[in-house]
Structures are given as C-alpha cells and as structure tokens.
Design a protein around this ligand. Structure first.
Ligand SMILES: NC(=O)c1ccc[n+]([C@@H]2O[C@H](COP(=O)([O-])OP(=O)(O)OC[C@H]3O[C@@H](n4cnc5c(N)ncnc54)[C@H](OP(=O)(O)O)[C@@H]3O)[C@@H](O)[C@H]2O)c1
Length: 310
C-alpha cells in the first residue's frame, strides 16, 4: 500500500511517501481503508524527535492518529463492526498511524463516523475533539452558566472547545488574532480577544476555567484571570501546583488517549447540528510535507486534513 513513513527523526524532508506493507489485523483489530487522515501538532513534534523519550518507537513508523474510513476486514474476535461500515478514530499513538491507505485499529478505539459529514471533515474530529472534551468536562467539570477562557480558539482543539462549552451552556471568552474573530464568534464565542494587540489578562477576569493550548508565558499570565477555586487546564505542560495554591485555584495537565465512547457521543452532537469540525487546508497524502510545514507555523486555521481516497 501507499503510506507516509519516517525512517529517522528530522524536518519535513524525512516524511517519505512510499510503498509499505499492508497491515494484517490481529486479534481484536479492524483493518480500516483510510479515506482521510487528520494532521495534529503531535505528528510533527514526534517526527522531529521531541517525544522520543516519552514515546519510544521502532522506525520506520507511519504517522497520523486521526482517521476516517471504511471497515475493510475484521480481525479474530471482532463482533462489533462489519465490513463496509464507516468509522472514525483517534487510535493508539504507539502503533502505526493513518497516513496510509490502510491502518489496523483496535475495535475498542473505533466509533461509527458521524453520518452528516464526509470523511475529510470526520478525519478532523477525533484527536482535537477528545482533547477539548476531556479538558472541559472531565478535568474542569465545566457547567452551564460558568465562564471559560479558551486560548487559540481558531485552532484544531480550540475550535471544538468553543463549541462544546457553548453547547454545555457556558459563556465563552476566546483568544485569536483579528483575522479569525468573525470565525470564532461564529463558532459560538461570546467575546473574542485579539491576543496580538490586547493583554488578555487586562480584558477578562473571574473566569471559572482557562483552557491553555499555548503554554509558556500564556500559561503564566492565565493564573490571574481565574476566580478563586477556578481551574487552569493545560494540554502543553503541567502547571505549577505551588502557583495554583498561591492563587487559590486548581490545575491539571492532560495528555489524551483513544476514547471511542466519547467519539460516539460527539458524532451524535455533530449529526444533531450542535458541533461541526472546522476544516482549513486539505492536501493529498503525497503532499504531506506541505501539511506539516503549515501545522508547524502554529497558525493553521481549524484542522489540516490529508485526503487519501479521491
Ligand atoms: N496534551 C494533549 O493530549 C494534546 C492534545 C491535542 C493538542 N495538544 C497540543 O495543543 C496545542 C494546540 O493544538 P491544536 O491542534 O489546536 O493546534 P493548531 O490547530 O495548530 O493551533 C493553531 C492556532 O493557534 C492559534 N495561536 C497561535 N498562537 C497563539 C497565541 N499566542 N494565542 C492565541 N492563539 C494562538 C492560531 O491562531 P491565529 O492564527 O489567530 O494566531 C491558530 O489558529 C498543540 O501544541 C498540540 O500539540 C496536546
């Protein structure tokens, strides 16, 4: 099959579009014909070797842990899916990924794809949506009537966070550059702050939750906008426990994994019209290097997706 593999860590040039063995589904696995694969920042961070201590791999490796496709074959012991069904997934990041014509995914990590959208849109959902869901609802327990500050609301994770928070009945304050304000308001944000011209901590106060998708200085400046007892959740780096105590607030850091149950629930929200994936650029699989270069700028709008089946 055609796949994109890395044989060494490095820049976008190490991404090789080439022939690779078609995976054979093992016990509990489903072989999926990939129609589209989503790009996430973790893909290029991993490609660059930043995560090799945390996640050791035997190279070559097929990258890409966001997919939408059709069940091609089921492995031994799989009863919950059948050939021809449309599925989507954020599979186990420690196995070969979805920049390929086929991927073997554990049945427990697969969900039925939302019916109302195509494969390209569906491939932009799993990883970013699971991340936003876990941060808002599992970690912070965001409730109706509360206020959340979502950083990088025009990005993959932020665009889902805004929509989920709104659906839950929360008030959403978001940061984005001016060019993305109309878009972020359209997703449901009540207030949008241009982080390039305004210090967000001077424009918003007393929020119940800050969702930190940026880290560094943005995380540091976020403590002061929380109400007492509020919560800072980061997907970038663990916030300091000591600083949280000093501010009388709580903190959490999350690194997400597969979650088929949430994907089923999220598919329901998409089909009911409450949430939609924000798709930015779409590239053919063979142009994966361009997709990584764009993701690496840190300024992609919504999700970048690789189209595998034309
Ligand atoms: N721990 C986990 O499990 C986990 C899971 C998913 C993602 N992540 C991490 O979370 C981060 C975000 O992921 P993503 O997929 O949402 O990335 P992304 O789609 O590449 O985010 C791009 C967005 O960031 C915005 N942005 C850049 N700098 C900003 C700033 N200083 N303030 C506000 N917005 C800013 C850009 O908006 P403008 O163009 O308007 O500037 C752009 O829309 C990545 O570092 C990723 O690795 C971690």
């Amino acid at each position: 099959m055609k796949a994109v593999r890395i044989h060494e860590y490095g820049g976008p040039e190490v991404l090789r579009y080439e022939e690779a063995p078609r995976p054979v589904p093992g016990e509990g696995d489903v072989l999926v014909r990939v129609h589209a694969a989503g790009i996430n920042p973790v893909d290029w961070k991993l490609r660059a070797g930043w995560l090799k201590e945390k996640l050791p791999y035997d190279l070559p490796l097929i990258l890409g842990w966001d997919l939408s496709g059709v069940v091609e074959e089921v492995g031994p012991g799989v009863t919950e899916f059948s050939v021809g069904e449309e599925v989507y997934s954020r599979p186990d990041i420690q196995r070969d990924g979805a920049y390929a014509e086929f991927v073997a995914v554990r049945a427990s990590e697969l969900a039925r794809k939302p019916k109302s959208i195509g494969h390209v849109e569906a491939a932009g959902v799993p990883l970013a949506a699971i991340t936003a869901w876990q941060a808002l609802f599992e970690s912070a327990g965001l409730a109706a009537g509360q206020t959340v500050l979502v950083h990088a609301a025009a990005g993959g994770v932020g665009s889902f966070a805004v929509q989920f928070a709104k659906w839950r009945g929360a008030r959403v304050v978001a940061t984005a550059s001016a060019a993305n304000h109309a878009l972020v308001r359209d997703l449901g944000a009540d207030e949008v702050i241009d982080y390039r011209t305004t210090r967000f901590e001077e424009a918003v106060r007393e929020v119940d939750m800050v969702f930190d998708t940026i880290g560094g200085e943005t995380q540091e400046r976020s403590w002061g906008v929380l109400r007492e007892g509020g919560m800072l959740v980061s997907v970038i780096s663990p916030p300091s426990e000591e600083t949280a105590r000093a501010h009388g607030v709580r903190q959490d850091y999350i690194f997400i994994g597969p979650n088929a149950a949430w994907l089923t629930e999220i598919a329901g929200l998409i089909d009911a019209g409450h949430v939609r994936p924000l798709i930015g650029e779409v590239f053919p699989l063979s142009e994966v290097r361009k997709a990584h270069e764009l993701s690496q700028t840190g300024h992609a709008r919504g999700k970048i997706v690789l189209k595998v089946v034309e």
